[in-house]
Design a protein around this ligand. Structure first.
Ligand SMILES: Cc1cc2nc3c(=O)[nH]c(=O)nc-3n(C[C@H](O)[C@H](O)[C@H](O)COP(=O)(O)O)c2cc1C
Length: 377
């Protein structure tokens, strides 16, 4: 590797070393059956590890059945689901050196939805959906059911569900764990004043709104091995004047750090459906930079980072310590090779694919598909 390419510098967190600063963002595949990973997941994650990202984050995985976003979401609440995840991790680790993280979460009031390609709308109980819970009995939007308010019993049950998920994720062989507290799902619903109208110890000022998410973090860190990294994903702003704000995000992340969280992935939005987000290349990077500097924690930037030079710039300017890419990896699972060629680093090829190396294959061109792929005129 070329030493001064930040993207290809290794990063060690606790006992785990990531070979570079490139992560594949968690991306639901909506292709599980009863929470259990299928062959689709093997080929999907298998293809993503081949080009050598430092980290692949396995999609949002529900800690309880009613915490799945859709009937096709992964879970970690049954023995069958854990066995399938263990098989997934063991298999993809044979195909590449990427470290593998699991994102665990609970969808709260956004659970029981149709898959995106079936419309993504609320899935009623009469059509195979299920009852939902949330900090307050407020529906996600028109056409969505009113969730039941999380009670004292649920608080206990959910804390245990997150901790059990961590124990199972360790047993399944994951190298890192990420708690999903973003995108309008349950933990974000507790954090945001938009969705949390509680009058008890879990609602009101920020200290109270972050109490439950911090209890979850604490229960997870207690059982997650000391040598393995724990991350959290947040929505650093609701993009609403009265919503969860970047100031609050800094305070929450600092508190998470105090509970043993090692890094944060800074996303945004998702708390309600009718919010305008100023989407543009790298539109969440400033939020990541602010959190990194003010909370003093390892930070991953995400969101419309697709160009290798842009990704390198985010790291070179100290805005983040890692970058995560989602759709760019779906579009080009070999993005790491492309980035290496563009930035002048030497990509690591599996031996089966070494013949595409630019010095061995005249068809390779910097930063893109092979010249031979282009139609001849
Ligand atoms: C198909 C798809 C599924 C996603 N599923 C998840 C998920 O499981 N958990 C999550 O935190 N974000 C999820 N996201 C958001 C991505 O992780 C990422 O933050 C977002 O796509 C912006 O990054 P990008 O511009 O590089 O795609 C998903 C995005 C896509 C496109």
């Amino acid at each position: 590797m070329v030493a001064d390419v930040h993207l290809f510098e290794p990063l060690t967190v606790r006992d785990v070393t990531f070979a570079n600063r490139i992560a594949v963002a968690p991306m639901c595949q909506y292709s599980a059956v009863d929470g259990v990973a299928q062959d689709w997941h093997l080929q999907h994650y298998g293809s993503l590890v081949a080009s050598g990202p430092g980290l692949v984050v396995v999609e949002a995985t529900a800690v309880a059945p009613e915490g799945r976003i859709t009937p096709g979401c992964l879970g970690i609440y049954s023995d069958a689901a854990v066995a399938a995840l263990a098989h997934l991790v063991a298999t993809i680790k044979r195909f590449g050196k990427a470290r593998i993280a699991l994102q665990i979460g609970h969808a709260g009031r956004k659970a029981s939805a149709r898959r995106p390609w079936e419309g993504g709308t609320a899935l009623p109980v009469s059509e195979g959906g299920w009852a939902t819970i949330a900090p307050s009995a407020l529906p996600f939007g028109p056409g969505w059911p009113v969730p039941a308010e999380v009670g004292a019993y649920d608080v206990d049950r959910l804390r245990h569900a997150f901790a059990d998920a961590a124990i199972r994720a360790d047993g399944a062989g994951f190298d890192a764990l990420e708690i999903h507290a973003a995108h309008g799902y349950l933990l974000h619903q507790f954090l945001s004043p938009v969705t949390n109208h509680r009058g008890d110890v879990y609602g009101g000022p920020l200290d109270a709104r972050m109490r439950f998410p911090l209890e979850v973090v604490r229960s997870v860190r207690r059982v997650w091995p000391a040598g393995k990294p724990l991350g959290i994903r947040i929505s650093a702003t609701d993009w609403l004047p009265d919503g969860f704000s970047p100031d609050e995000a800094v305070a929450f992340v600092a508190a998470c750090k105090g509970e043993g969280v090692d890094y944060v992935c800074v996303s945004s939005g998702g708390i309600s459906g009718d919010v305008r987000i100023p989407v543009a290349p790298g539109y969440q990077v400033d939020l990541a930079a602010r959190i990194r500097h003010e909370a003093g924690i390892l930070t991953r930037a995400v969101g419309l980072i697709a160009d290798p030079r842009q990704a390198e710039q985010v790291l070179a300017t100290g805005q983040a310590d890692m970058v995560a890419l989602g759709r760019a990896f779906l579009d080009d699972p070999r993005w790491v090779w492309r980035a290496a060629r563009v930035l002048g680093a030497v990509p690591a090829y599996p031996p089966q694919y070494v013949r595409v190396r630019p010095d061995l294959w005249p068809g390779a061109r910097p930063g893109g598909a092979a010249a031979a792929d282009r139609p001849s005129v």
